[in-house]
Write a protein that binds this ligand. Structure first.
Ligand code: FES
Ligand SMILES: [Fe+2]
Length: 353
């Protein structure tokens, strides 16, 4: 197969979607051994130098293309397990054992180097080229804030990023997919405002909302709970359930890393602040959220299979406004920002759950 007959990788055909920081791993999972991850169909070796700083190189030796992640970290370099070619943190080849003990200029043998940041307990990789941008990774809310407890869930889904971010913001599915777990069907009308900006979709629900299991414990006095769902380009969602005076609540933030068209790794940060009741949730909440997310894993796998077989053709109702807005922003970026950009707009949307 020649290079030109090979299908382009997702990274090559995703337009401006590559120009972002993507979460590659939870920081605590990268220790002294390299770890191999795939982002936008591009395999990357993550490893740490002696001083602990995280590094990312293309996980493919420039010699015979073996995975470098299965080699060793030695003297702040990554050494290929096949013939021992050695690459420094910038991906420069600094030693080829078969050519003698001394360093030479090994021009042309470099492997690609990816900018890396470690923040909010995640290792982020910039997919837009070897020069680090002045942009920052998506700010994960309440990560280190006093009074807030937190934990991450890492979940592999068999569906693409667009379908997943829509699922994480989709209220009508909760009374079916999570029936009895999260929100019960009450045949209630919900009024909402859906806004599209140039790089986000923001939804505010005006109805009094409730999360099934928690109400009696968390909200015995029946404070009004406000619920907002937000999408930020290209792959982040943030769901806030805030009680009364804005001092207590849950915030669920997901950053979705595209592995391939129908494989996505999602890092979900769950933060909660309930004062003295925080300790009640420490073991219960991780278990509960794992059950709920598994229900989404299953329905997303179902949809992913259908979309893989035959291209998407969706019919939409007003309740699907956020879906349509998210698709418009992501498709525009995928087209390399060609033609007219989706216009900022606000819609009032009512639906029943
Ligand atoms: S394949 Fe890496 S050194 Fe030969
Ligand atoms: Fe769900």
């Amino acid at each position: 197969m020649t290079a030109s007959s090979r299908k382009q990788t997702m990274r090559e055909r995703c337009g401006t979607l590559k120009n972002y920081w993507y979460a590659a791993a939870r920081a605590e999972t990268l220790k002294d051994k390299p770890v191999s991850v795939v982002i936008l169909e591009t395999r990357i070796a993550l490893w740490r130098k002696k001083d602990g700083t995280a590094q990312a190189l293309r996980d493919r030796c420039s010699h015979r293309n073996v995975r470098l992640s299965e080699g060793k970290v030695q003297n702040n370099c990554l050494k290929c397990p096949y013939h021992g070619w050695t690459f420094d943190a910038e991906g420069q080849c600094v030693n080829v054992p078969s050519e003698g003990p001394d360093g030479k200029a090994f021009a042309g043998r470099k492997v690609e180097d990816f900018p890396v940041k470690e923040v909010y307990g995640l290792i982020w990789v910039w997919m837009g080229g070897e020069v680090a941008p002045d942009k920052e990774p998506f700010p994960m809310p309440h990560y280190d804030e006093k009074g807030w407890n937190r934990y991450y869930m890492e979940t592999d889904f068999n569906n693409g990023v667009t379908a997943l971010v829509e699922n994480f913001m989709d209220v009508p599915h909760t009374v079916f997919v999570h029936e009895g777990w999260f929100r019960d069907r009450k045949r209630l009308k919900v009024d909402s405002t859906v806004e599209r900006t140039e790089d986000s979709v923001l939804v505010t629900y005006h109805a009094q909302d409730a999360i099934g299991f928690t109400e009696k414990v968390l909200n015995p006095t029946g404070l009004p709970m406000t619920h907002t769902d937000k999408f930020y380009m290209p792959n982040n969602t943030r769901v806030d359930y805030i009680y009364g005076d804005n001092q207590r609540g849950f915030v669920i933030t997901s950053t979705c890393t595209p592995v391939s068209e129908f494989e996505t790794r999602v890092f979900t940060l769950i933060c909660y602040k309930f004062g003295l009741a925080n300790h009640l949730f420490k073991t219960f909440l991780p278990w509960y959220t794992r059950q709920v997310i598994q229900q989404d894993v299953d329905i997303m796998e179902n949809q992913g299979k259908a979309l893989k077989e035959t291209e998407a053709s969706f019919k939409s109702t007003p309740a699907d406004t956020l879906h349509v807005f998210i698709e418009s922003l992501r498709e525009y970026a995928e087209s390399n920002n060609e033609g007219e950009a989706p216009k900022p707009m606000v819609r009032e949307v009512a639906f029943w759950i």
